[in-house]
Structure formats: C-alpha cells, structure tokens
Design a protein around this ligand. Structure first.
Ligand code: 2NE
Length: 270
C-alpha cells in the first residue's frame, strides 16, 4: 500500500492511502506516550478525517513495533493535568476519546507492543482493535497516581465485564494479546508481520459496505452507552438524513418562500 502524507506534524504521522487514513503516534523513544501537543495534533487529524468525505475508515496506531501508546507522558504531567506548549495543565485526551466515539466512520486501533494507561483507553474507544501477537494491554493509573473514571472504567466494564475491569484497575497487571482476546477486549490477534495487512483487509471490507449503515450502527451502539449525548449523535444522523428528503426540504423552502408548508403530500408510514 502506498501511504501518502496528508499534513506535517511534530508528534504524529498523518497519512492516507485512498479512502483509508492512518494516524500514527510518533514518539517511539517514549513508547509513544502522549503530551497535550500530541493529542492536539491527533484531534486535528481526526477532524480532517471526519470532514473529508472521501475518507471512509481511520486507523490509529503507534510508531515502531514496541508500543501502540504508553499513555500520558509522565515527564510533562503537572499539577492538574499534562502541560504542553501553552503551559496550561489539561487532560485533552478525554476530548480525543469523545471525538473517536462520535466520528461517524469506523476507527480501527492497530496495536503493536505496549497498550498502556491512557493509551489503552484510546485503543478501547476505537471501534475495532487488531493486535500483533507481541501486544500487551494494561492500566497503570493507580500505580502512578492516576485514573480514568470515564470510558476507561465504565465502558471497559461494559466491554470486558465489571469483575475483569476491576481486576485490571485494582491490580495493574499486563495482559498478553491472546489473554486480551479471550476477555473480548480486542477483536483479533495476528502475527506481528501481518498486523498492517490484516488491518487493511478489514478496512477494505468495511469500505465495501454502506457507509450510512455503518454510521448508524456505530451511533446506535454508542447511544446505548453514552446516554443523552449518544442519543444526540444518533438523532443528528437522523436529522442529516431527514434534511435530504422532500419533506424536510418543503419546510425549509416554505419558510424561505414565505408560504405555508404543504406537508400533506407526504406519506405517514406505519
Ligand atoms: C510502557 C512500559 C510498560 C514499557 O516498558 P519498557 O521496559 O518496554 O520500556 P521503558 O524502558 O520503561 O520505557 C522506554 C522509555 O520510555 C519512557 C521511559 O521512561 C523510558 O525512557 P528512558 O529511560 O529511556 O529515558 N516512557 C515510557 N512510558 C512513558 C510515559 N507514559 N511517560 C513518560 N515516559 C515514558 C513502561 O514504560 C511503563 O510502564 N510506562 C509508563 C506507563 C504509565 O504509567 N502511563 C501513564 C498512565 S496514566 C495515563 O495515561 C492517563 C490517565 O490515567 C488519565 C488520563 C490521561 C492519561
């Protein structure tokens, strides 16, 4: 596959090959730990993917074979959050988690090596995860004085079960790719050498499917977890479709033409 650079960044690589985008956390010397700047760059790249209707699937991964992501960079952790160029302490990775959830396209985590802490939550919030057989998964928060009480806890509990999620958080063990697969934490384990080709195969299979069907399935499954914010996303998708109907257009046109709308002409389906 021929990856073409979309835009230059300092801490990530953003490429695409036709309809597939790939966002790579590029700090291998730190096992791809993220700073607020890494996260800001990822938010921008994901937003470009969201807005570009020629992109159908997004891969999130880490540079090198040793790590997907080792979570927040502890060396820039201040008091109250992680500190980036603007010197403001923040947890902007939570915004990124939310963005990955609401992007109406499949996001696939391609995991090589360590998937740890806030990095493992990024893997968790992706729609699908394909792991190399050298991948290891775990939460270290309580070991380093941190925790993720949002998706990292509640959603992890839904994905692997509450007993297992509490084990993960209370003991901070690391789990092999095979163990994570047995726990339904990830979708597939493949040999390290094959991880990108299998990920691309899955992406290409999804690209053959109806994008609107995939969009609604993602929004519907997330709505079940995300409460009113999730229903808002699903509802927004319904509005988008409604705007494309003659009935929706009649309301807009009647207002703009300063006339009474004629909604009588439209069928009332059972
Ligand atoms: C990831 C892990 C298990 C890898 O171990 P290993 O033995 O393969 O590598 P090593 O030697 O530990 O790491 C290589 C270099 O990367 C740095 C290390 O300090 C080391 O640097 P040098 O000694 O070569 O200078 N490095 C690795 N992870 C880093 C990190 N997260 N921040 C800064 N530098 C890092 C092992 O490295 C490990 O356990 N890493 C720490 C994992 C961790 O605790 N992450 C933070 C969890 S909290 C979080 O992410 C979070 C949250 O809880 C809530 C909101 C937002 C974020």
């Amino acid at each position: 596959v021929n990856w073409e650079k979309v835009k230059d960044y300092e801490e990530i690589i953003f490429e695409r090959a036709d309809k597939i985008a790939k966002i790579t956390i590029n700090r291998p010397e730190k096992r791809n730990a993220f700073t607020p700047n890494t996260v800001e760059e990822m938010i921008e790249a994901f937003t470009i993917c969201r807005d570009d209707s020629s992109i159908g699937v997004i891969i999130l991964t880490g540079a090198g074979d040793l790590a997907f992501c080792s979570g927040g960079d502890q060396s820039v952790r201040g008091n109250g959050g992680y500190v980036g160029k603007d010197k403001i302490a923040r947890l902007n990775v939570l915004d990124l988690q939310h963005l990955i959830r609401i992007i109406p396209k499949p996001v696939v985590a391609m995991v090589r090596g360590w998937s740890v802490g806030g990095g493992n939550i990024l893997q968790l919030v992706c729609d699908l995860t394909i792991a190399a057989d050298n991948a290891k998964f775990g939460q270290t928060g309580p070991k380093v004085g941190s925790f993720d009480a949002g998706y990292g806890s509640g959603y992890l509990g839904r994905v692997i079960g509450h007993k297992r999620a509490k084990e993960v958080w209370f003991l901070n063990h690391f789990y092999t790719a095979e163990e994570a697969y047995q726990m339904n934490w990830i979708n597939k384990v493949v040999p390290l050498a094959d991880v990108e080709s299998v990920t691309l195969d899955w992406c290409n299979e999804m690209l053959e499917k109806s994008p609107t069907a995939l969009r609604f399935i993602k929004a519907a499954m997330n709505a079940d977890t995300d409460g009113l914010a999730g229903i808002q996303q699903l509802g927004g998708d319904a509005t988008m479709l409604f705007y494309q109907t003659d009935e929706g257009k009649e309301g807009r046109d009647a207002f703009n033409e300063k006339r009474k709308p004629d909604f009588d002409q439209f069928p009332k389906f059972p």
